[in-house]
Design a protein around this ligand. Structure first.
Ligand SMILES: NC(=O)c1ccc[n+]([C@@H]2O[C@H](COP(=O)([O-])OP(=O)(O)OC[C@H]3O[C@@H](n4cnc5c(N)ncnc54)[C@H](O)[C@@H]3O)[C@@H](O)[C@H]2O)c1
Length: 418
């Protein structure tokens, strides 16, 4: 049974608690803290209803991380504090699992990397979208070569949050304030995490350079006006970035949280033999998808109509990733993605192994926010990514011992309890 502390008891933490209560045979929450005193009592009262002992209430994350009854720490605070808290936890020799978000400076990312080398602890970003059903299936198809050689990918965070962000900026909540004062790809990892795994970033490949541009900003201003709040925002409605990878691929990222549209992580994988396009819920795979352009036996095109997408749901039977198929999530927590990401972190912390999303992944993915901000400020000039691995990215590296690893396709061991 892993003994867990939780730092940050806001909306996300409250949602995760449902999932954590379902894992009560695997994990015991022993300590909690939040800088807002008013959220603590209602949070710990939920333990009574579950018949679980209340966790100890700590005055801050350093006190919490130092407790002997805390082996790992879940960090569900707002964006600016994740990295510093994770660093302090690792320096105590413990494991830190932190929620998603971008970085504010490259220096804090270097500190994170150094702490993981010095402190004996490790960290994992809890990027649940890496365990999404379609993301996992695309990863499997990529590893099996169904996309051919991958040339170009796309991803993003397209979520109409204008109605919330204007108010958040007014009340000083961190996410709204970032959108008010900064202009960057503020939330890159939901889309970029799965794509980075598909492209083996930090394991034989790396992000090399990036250019970013931001459109004008109107969506948040209009939302603020509707709420009677006159305010201008720095964050452009659409931030577009292009990353060049060492192995030659390009990745186009979009960040748009202020214009009306349905939610999307905008994923795309395009190779010499096939393409996945999340927004059409389809894949085109040579030899599998309908392709009337394919030549007949005599080499003549049969009909001049366009290749057709195969709906992803028609591919699940044949290509489901073993992590999804064997583990069979029952849909709790963001369509089933929260449980596997938490299990991956808890398993790594219990066995003190490298997590499937390690410190180098965290640093590379989160640096996109800082670097996009710099590139935009310089009118779209190219910026170089630091090599946080200090050269070791050139090796494919060993596949993590985690049964939740996202690097190779491994049938989960029958002996291991999922
Ligand atoms: N993975 C997902 O699907 C998903 C979904 C929603 C939110 N999130 C992420 O979860 C995180 C939290 O989001 P939220 O909506 O719960 O925000 P929130 O503002 O509701 O909650 C954050 C809490 O952290 C507390 N806090 C801030 N700094 C602290 C510190 N130094 N020590 C202790 N407590 C501190 C705040 O007082 C607040 O109660 C964000 O990174 C967000 O992006 C992820």
């Amino acid at each position: 049974m892993l003994k867990l502390g939780i730092v940050g008891l806001g909306a996300r933490s409250g949602g995760l608690l449902y999932t954590l209560f379902k894992m009560k045979d695997e994990v015991r929450i022993t300590a909690v803290c939040d800088t807002r005193q008013e959220v603590i009592a209602p949070y710990v009262e939920r333990f009574d209803k579950e018949g679980l002992p209340r966790p100890k209430i700590c005055s801050g994350h350093k006190e919490l991380a130092a407790l002997p009854e805390v082996e790992a720490v879940l960090i569900t605070t707002s964006w600016n504090s994740h990295i510093g808290i994770a660093r302090d936890v690792m320096l105590q020799g413990k494991y830190a699992g932190f929620e998603v978000g971008g970085a504010s400076s490259l220096e804090e990312l270097w500190e994170l990397v150094r702490a993981s080398r010095q402190g004996g602890g490790q960290c994992m970003m809890l990027e649940n979208c890496c365990y999404g059903r379609d993301e996992l299936m695309a990863l499997k198809l990529a590893r099996l070569g169904y996309f051919g050689e991958i040339i170009h990918c796309g991803c993003g965070y397209e979520h109409d949050l204008a109605w919330k962000l204007a108010e958040e900026a007014e009340t000083g909540l961190e996410r709204g304030t970032h959108n008010w004062k900064r202009c960057a790809d503020l939330y890159p990892t939901h889309g970029l995490g799965p794509i980075a795994k598909i492209l083996r970033i930090n394991r034989g490949n790396r992000f090399l350079s990036m250019v970013s541009m931001a459109s004008k900003a109107r969506g948040l201003e209009l939302a603020a006006e509707r709420d009677g709040i006159p305010r201008t925002f720095n964050e452009g409605d659409v931030v577009t970035s292009i990353i060049k990878c060492a192995n030659g691929e390009t990745i186009e990222l979009h960040h748009c949280v202020s214009l009306p549209r349905p939610y999307s992580r905008d994923c795309k994988v395009q190779g010499t033999k096939g393409t996945w396009l999340e927004d059409v819920k389809g894949m085109f795979i040579e030899g599998i998808s309908p392709n009337p352009m394919a030549p007949d036996e005599e080499g003549r095109p049969t009909r001049y109509t366009e290749p057709q997408w195969t709906p992803v749901k028609e591919l699940y039977d044949r290509f489901e990733h073993p992590l999804w198929r064997n583990y069979n999530p029952d849909g709790i927590g963001h369509g089933g993605m929260d449980l596997p990401v938490l299990r991956a972190f808890f398993d790594a912390a219990k066995r003190r192994i490298t997590p499937p999303i390690d410190v180098y992944d965290c640093a590379a993915w989160m640096s996109v926010t800082v670097l996009s901000e710099r590139s935009i400020a310089m009118g779209g000039a190219p910026v170089a990514f630091p090599d946080f691995t200090n050269g070791s990215w050139i090796c494919q590296g060993q596949v993590s011992d985690s049964p939740w690893q996202l690097d190779e396709i491994v049938e989960p061991s029958k002996e291991r309890e999922f």
